[in-house]
Design a protein around this ligand. Sequence first.
Ligand SMILES: [Zn+2]
Length: 472
Amino acid sequence: MLLPNILLLIGLCVVYALAQPTTEDYEGVAQPRIYSPDSQTLDYVYHNHDEMTRFLRATSARHPNLTALYSIGKSIQGRDLWVMVVSSSPYEHMIGKPDVKYVGNIHGNEPVGRELLLHLIEYFVTNYHTDPYVKWLLDNTRIHILPSMNPDGYAVSKEGGCDGAQGRYNARGFDLNRNFPDYFKQNNNRGQPETDAVKEWISKIQFVLSGSLHGGALVASYPYDNTPNARICRSSALCAMFQSYSSTPSLTPDDDVFKHLSLTYANNHKKMSRGVACKSAFPAFEKGITNGAAWYPLTGGMQDYNYVWYGCMEVTLEISCCKFPPAQELRRYWDDNQLSMIKFLAEAHRGVQGFVIDASGIPVERASLKIKGRDVGFQTTRYGEFWRILLPGVYKLEVYADGFIPKEVDFVVVEQHPTLLNVTLQPGKRSDGPHFRPFVAPPHYRPQPERDQGIFSSISNGLNGLYNSIFG
Ligand SMILES: [Zn+2]
């Protein structure tokens, strides 16, 4: 059979990948890079939308084998929501290997993450051939980077504005991090184009891990953001001050994993794990992490949506006490966050991963999976793939799919490498048995090369227009 051979080949590739340097090998390699101020490098200044577009376009042209640029849609005022893929396979999903993402600038007046993501892109492409850890990460992961989810808000924000809300919202005045469907409460906010674009994006790609970058605090905040019982704050700043010591945590069944992911970011950050309060009236976060609802509950946040609907583990990364600090501080923010941003993504290679196939070796798409005792489920992709980040331990995987006999499989997770677990389902009666969340099956997503139809043809058209406006 061809498919078992393919699966064997994939298995060998994964084994090979596991033999590559791990996160533990990185300590001696990671050094903050000095950027020479020539035209080939990215300055430590804030880049407006046109400048950011020019940088992304130039980088993708200079590194066509490591990057692919696409737009997931447009803001209300017509700015493209650019995503740069950085990977040794930028145009195609690598079967068996995880897709991960970063989203920056969802609040327009919190642009440190937006700039750091541009620097992260540059760091990856300039170090791929010399840094074995970067090479390992890009050879085994597709990293999707959306530097600005709210370019319209950014356009009306002011450098130096540490507090306040000017530019926080989109051009219609909506807070995009209150604009997602909510698991706990009905969200009556009308869906915005920026949110709808992200929802469609994450419905098409099975992201395993995600970070959403914010400013105004220094903490890694993990789901749930919402809770079934607490009152909801309208203003994050006021909530931080008045509710920080009174809210109760709202914990997921994967709380151990979320704490670990948050600690991975905080512990690799130069300052975050110290848990120092940004201002005397602000909360100090022990070890630099917090449960979202324990800080202040909110409805319609992006991280809960990622996790509950699609099984993607997203953490909210608050990386600057000042929301929009002066540009001369950007270099320091990069130094503080560089290692965190890289090591966080590598956590996608922890836990269990594998394929669900039928007796003939055909992948089973949209099988519902759940780790026993953890009642937030996930699904297989069109290739039958699945991933779940788990800490070392003994687990049981429950698998359900229409037309197959349900199956439970015991497995062990170790620290050193992900556990590979292939599950073969036997045919059975059509099952009306339990279907775990997510309710919406994410069809798989595969950006096409520019010459093909699909998302890239529209991107290509957009880029031709950009070329004309920039160079023509
Ligand atoms: Zn924010």
